[in-house]
Write a protein that binds this ligand. Structure first.
Ligand code: GLN
Length: 311
């Protein structure tokens, strides 16, 4: 197993960025563009291999909010802290086939899966802690362990989220009405929106993905952050549900368990090989980063990463 040369990786990422940069369709999320005034054409890509070789290119020094990428990470933390059965009792693992903020629950009262808003709000409430602050402290600790960096919440992004939280509040009240949510609905939504507002660089996000790809051991710090069964379960839902209602097409075409966010963030984990992250704010109709999709399509083809390829 020879170590990958980081300079070669960087050269390949630079090529991919040039190749995909022309793909400039889609629109950035309007409420976020207002907040941070970021260039909608920002573009960054990073990889981190499961033996800790890192490379990043483009606007790689810029930080962006995790947004819905946090849903996958919080699911992993909830599994690790609570165990599989207690989590499955509250949130399912079925793709919903509907938009990320769909106002429906499965017939059994559970949200379909942890990677749409209803399921993510439910999952946030499963994080141990007596109040909002305690849950966020634990999440920030685990997110930071996964990234091998000290992460924090962007107050500007959080303020913008809080100012437009009505739909998420609606989802939380619906969960509370179904006796699924034990705590105060607005408090859980505030916590969920704080987790969405955690900022990372593309390289930190690639390290989070690499930790998942490496069975839960952070390849940069050497620390075990998650158990193997936790990352297997997390990657399973990322694979079936991570790209919202485009998840089936993504599974067939790209073949990498992944999670996207409204900031234009995208994280993918190739088990036993590497983590990939991209950031480009223009989104398609399903809420996935247009160039991010381009990056993953290109890297999957170049490096033969489809996890279901016959080997
Ligand atoms: N904070 C956003 C929300 O809950 C996250 C949505 C997303 O990234 N798709 O509405």
């Amino acid at each position: 197993n020879k170590k990958t040369d980081p300079r070669r990786l960087e050269a390949e990422l630079a090529e991919v960025i040039e190749q995909v940069r022309g793909t400039d369709g889609g629109e950035p999320s309007d409420y976020l563009a207002d907040v941070d005034g970021r260039d909608p054409d920002s573009f960054a890509v990073a990889v981190c291999t499961t033996d800790g070789v890192q490379a990043d290119e483009g606007d790689e020094s810029r930080a962006f909010a995790l947004q819905s990428v946090s849903k996958a990470v919080t699911y992993a933390v909830a599994l690790q802290e609570r165990g599989l059965e207690p989590v499955l009792q509250r949130v399912g693992v079925e793709p919903s086939g509907a938009a990320f903020n769909e106002l429906t629950l499965h017939a059994d009262g559970r949200p379909y899966n942890p990677l749409i808003n209803a399921g993510a709000i439910m999952t946030h409430a499963l994080i141990p802690g007596d109040d909002e602050q305690a849950r966020m402290r634990l999440l920030l600790q685990r997110y930071s362990d996964l990234a091998a960096a000290e992460l924090s919440v962007s107050q500007d992004v959080l303020d913008a989220e809080l100012a437009r939280a009505h739909r998420n509040l609606g989802l939380a009240h619906m969960l509370q009405a179904a006796d699924m949510l034990p705590d105060d609905a607005p408090e859980v939504v505030r916590g969920y929106l704080a987790q969405c507002s955690v900022e990372v660089t593309v390289s930190q996000l690639a390290t989070m993905a690499a930790t998942i790809a490496a069975g839960g051991v952070n390849p940069v710090s050497g620390e075990r952050v998650l158990e193997e069964w936790v990352v297997q379960q997390t990657m399973s839902v990322m694979f079936s549900c991570g790209m919202y209602d485009a998840s089936g097409q993504w599974m067939a075409e790209v073949g990498i368990p992944a999670k996207s966010g409204v900031s234009g963030a995208l994280m993918g984990a190739v088990p036993g090989a590497l983590g990939i992250a991209s950031w480009s704010p223009r989104l398609d109709g399903q809420g996935n980063s247009v160039r991010g999709i381009g990056v993953f399509e290109e890297l999957s083809a170049r490096w033969d990463l489809h996890v279901l390829r016959h080997r």
